[in-house]
Design a binder for this molecule. Structure first.
Ligand SMILES: CC(C)(COP(=O)(O)OP(=O)(O)OC[C@H]1O[C@@H](n2cnc3c(N)ncnc32)[C@H](O)[C@@H]1OP(=O)(O)O)[C@@H](O)C(=O)NCCC(=O)NCCS
Length: 145
């Protein structure tokens, strides 16, 4: 059976943090956005995640991660599409992301590299931008309009 995508619950947080650690992605601030975090579960085990930080009409897509042994089977794309669908339903107009390792993964969803100076101020002020991700990380954006 394919993994089931569902909203994360507080009890999922330790497993999501483990997955982020294994994927070398930052944990910082994710607990503040659990209500807009999705998990992929296989027999109750968390094997994937994707989260949105909502800032009005802007959102930051973060924590897109798939367990090493489940990669290459479409789960990362399913999680990304589900997070974009959630953003659309929440009225988000622009989705941003930061990545050091997956700049070639996100263009298939319409994300394009942009300069930091073009990022919505509320997203620029988020912990992911200000502390968690190095300034060398690639910034990408996608319009949902
Ligand atoms: C990026 C990631 C989520 C992809 O998940 P996945 O389940 O392996 O991806 P899928 O199976 O849905 O998609 C596979 C496709 O994506 C491509 N792909 C996977 N990881 C990639 C990466 N890091 N960079 C570029 N392309 C990537 C594969 O080459 C494959 O391409 P194809 O369809 O042309 O054959 C996963 O590799 C991961 O958890 N990486 C570590 C964390 C990370 O870097 N997250 C992104 C930053 S938030």
């Amino acid at each position: 059976m394919p993994p089931v995508i569902s909203p994360a619950t507080p009890s999922d947080l330790p497993a999501i943090f483990d997955l982020l650690d294994q994927s070398k992605l930052p944990r910082a601030g994710l607990d503040q956005h659990l209500g807009t975090t999705l998990v992929a579960k296989e027999s109750k085990r968390v094997v994937g995640s994707a989260a949105l930080e909502l800032y009005g009409s802007a959102a930051l897509l973060r924590s897109v991660a798939v367990a090493a042994e489940r990669r290459g089977q479409g789960l990362g794309q399913t999680l990304t599409a589900a997070a974009l669908d959630l953003a659309h339903r929440r009225g988000v107009r622009t989705v941003y992301l930061l990545t050091e390792t997956a700049g070639d993964f996100f263009p298939r969803f319409g994300f394009r590299p942009i300069p930091r100076s073009d990022v919505d101020q509320a997203v620029l002020d988020s912990p992911e931008f200000t502390t968690a991700c190095p300034v060398s990380a690639l910034v990408m954006a996608r319009s949902l309009e």
